[in-house]
Structures are given as structure tokens and as C-alpha cells.
Design a binder for this molecule. Structure first.
Ligand code: AMP
Length: 307
């Protein structure tokens, strides 16, 4: 089934306790498209970059059957730039710089070849742009998943709420769920957020896994306990890519299928954090992915006898 991915394509500069990078390729659409490309082909990306963007990376996307026909290139402008620093526990980070550059006045174009898509992944981007993309699709997708972050809650809350009302699944982290709902309890937060529109809510908790909510139902997926987390950047987007990629591949959007999708998303995220940037997502094998998913199954499977 066809998938359209919208989101930032960026240069990131990262600082972790393990080291520093200078302007490496990142961005929500970059991570989502790479991750989902292991499940569904083609992945159709809508984004915008400046004339400075890395052409080798575009080639890599093409090699993975990711279409960039919907990626506008503004030759005389600069790509979106984000810089962040991780604290020692690697679970929390601070944003040092956000330079919107080409994202500042991004007017998304949906190529004809992308129309009729059944799955739409709204990666992190201005909520107004996410909403515009929904409006420019000639046919309503079977499933719309949206990711966002505190940056947009701080500066564009009303637009964010308007966009949220149009989507089926919202994916955010625990801090963002608390900010959006004003509730500390994630169960209470989930109820309030689902009342704002999305029927399904994913709350990511970094190394503590992810929760999937729908009506009164809740499912928990752990994160894989890893000896070393090298760089968590993009883990949330990689999760989202695995999640929607799995669903688009199966075509099944039931709660049971979403549980499996959460596990596949978590497996993909566990690869992402093993190296800096997108490095680990460039050439995974099906065997590596299958083995990782099996590790998740083993991690949570147990027998018990009720007395
Ligand atoms: P994640 O670690 O999954 O939350 O995503 C990290 C990616 O999000 C980085 O590669 C950044 O380029 C991108 N990013 C950071 N801030 C923003 C923003 N305000 N809008 C869009 N993308 C962003």
C-alpha cells in the first residue's frame, strides 16, 4: 500500500557524552523514510531543502526506493538546521539551535504520482504545513499518523490542535503528552489528548519503551535494553517510520495490528540509536530486523499459572 511521508529534512549538529558531530544529515522525513523503506516501496517524501543539502544522501534515498519528487530544492537558500545536546542519561536533551531557513515559508507540493496514497505520515513540521498537506490530498488516506514536538506546542498550539483533530494516530513523547494535556498521569493525559481528535495515541518514553492507547485499551512495548546508546537523535522518527511502514505493508489498521507495528517501530528505533545520525539505518538486512523483532518477543514473553 502506498505511503506518503511529510517532514523536515535537515542538517543536525549533535553533542552526546560520546562525542560531537558537525552538520550531519537528519530531519524527521529523513529518518521516517529510511525506516519505513524496509517495509514498503516506494516511500513518497514531501519536504524542502536548500541548495546546500547533501546530494549523496538524496542518492541513498533513491537507492532505497524513496521518491524525492515531492522534495523542493530552494537553490539559493539554506536547509533547516537543528542542534541539540544530550544529557548523561541520554533520555533528555536540550535544543541549542533551531534555524527554520527553507522550512520558514514552506508551501508543500504533492506530485500527482503521490495522490491516492492510503497511508500518510505527518512527520515533525509546522502543524499548519501538516494540515495543508491533508487538504491537498484528493482522496482521504486510510490512516493518518502525526508526530510533533514541544517546539510547535510552544509557538503554534492552536494550529497544532486543528491539525490533531484531523488525524487518526498521534505520536509524542511523555514530556510532550504532559505539556499538551496539563496532566502528569499519562493515563489521564491520554484520555484528554484522544478527546482532542486522534483515536489512537502513542506515548514514547525513550529507553522505557512506548504506550499505545485506544479508547479504554492500552498496550506497552519495552525498548530493547542496549549496552550502549550512542545517539538517540531520530529514534522517535525511526519508530514512527517502522510503525507506519509495518501498517502500510499489512494494510491492517486494527488495534492488534498496531500492537505489532509498535514492536516493529521499537525494533527500528533500537538500531537508530546504535550509531550517530542515520548511519545505522542505511543498510540493514531483513535478517537483522527479524532477529531484532524476535528479541522483543523474547523480552516480554513469559508463562505463568494463575492460582
Ligand atoms: P527525534 O529525535 O525523533 O525527536 O527527531 C530528531 C530530528 O528532528 C532531528 O533530525 C531534527 O532535524 C528534527 N527536528 C528538530 N526540531 C525540529 C522542528 N522544530 N521541526 C521539524 N524537525 C525538527
Amino acid at each position: 500500500m502506498s505511503l506518503v511521508v511529510v517532514g523536515s529534512m535537515a542538517f543536525d549538529a549533535l553533542e552526546t557524552p560520546f562525542g560531537k558531530t558537525d552538520k550531519i544529515v537528519g530531519g524527521a522525513a529523513t529518518y521516517i523514510s529510511l525506516s519505513s523503506s524496509y517495509f514498503v516501496k516506494p516511500v513518497n517524501v514531501v519536504s524542502v531543502v536548500g541548495g546546500d543539502f547533501d546530494q549523496d544522501h538524496i542518492q541513498l534515498m533513491h537507492a532505497r526506493s524513496i521518491s524525492t519528487e515531492g522534495v523542493q530544492v530552494k537553490e539559493n537558500e539554506k536547509s533547516f538546521f537543528w542542534s541539540g545536546r544530550y544529557f548523561n542519561d541520554m533520555n533528555s536533551r536540550e535544543t541549542l539551535v533551531t534555524e527554520l531557513n527553507v522550512l520558514g515559508d514552506f508551501d508543500p507540493i504533492i506530485p500527482d504520482a503521490y495522490q491516492g496514497c492510503e497511508f500518510l505520515m505527518l512527520g515533525n513540521l509546522a502543524p499548519q504545513v501538516q494540515k495543508t498537506v491533508i487538504g491537498r490530498l484528493t482522496q482521504k488516506p486510510k490512516l493518518i499518523v502525526m508526530d510533533t514536538m514541544n517546539f510547535w506546542m510552544d509557538i503554534a498550539l492552536e494550529e497544532l490542535k486543528e491539525t490533531m483533530a484531523l488525524v487518526d494516530v498521534l505520536s509524542i513523547n511523555d514530556e510532550e503528552a504532559r505539556q499538551l494535556s496539563g496532566e502528569y498521569s499519562l493515563v489521564k493525559a491520554a484520555k484528554k489528548i484522544m478527546a482532542m481528535g486522534p483515536k489512537f495515541l502513542i506515548i514514547k518514553k525513550g529507553e522505557h519503551g512506548a504506550l499505545l492507547f485506544n479508547e479504554e485499551k492500552v498496550f506497552f512495548a519495552p525498548a530493547l535494553p542496549l549496552e550502549e546508546v550512542f545517539d538517540p537523535t531520530g529514534a522517535g522518527d525511526t519508530f514512527a517510520g517502522g510503525f507506519i511502514g509495518y501498517l502500510a505493508n499489512s494494510g491492517d489498521i486494527s488495534f492488534e495490528s498496531m500492537k505489532r507495528a509498535v514492536i516493529h517501530g521499537s525494533a527500528m528505533a533500537s538500531f537508530c540509536v546504535e550509531k550517530f545520525g542515520t548511519e545505522r539505518l542505511k543498510n540493514l538486512t531483513q535478517e537483522e530486523i527479524d532477529n531484532r523483532v524476535q528479541q522483543f518477543v523474547n523480552l516480554v514473553a513469559f508463562d505463568t499459572v494463575l492460582q
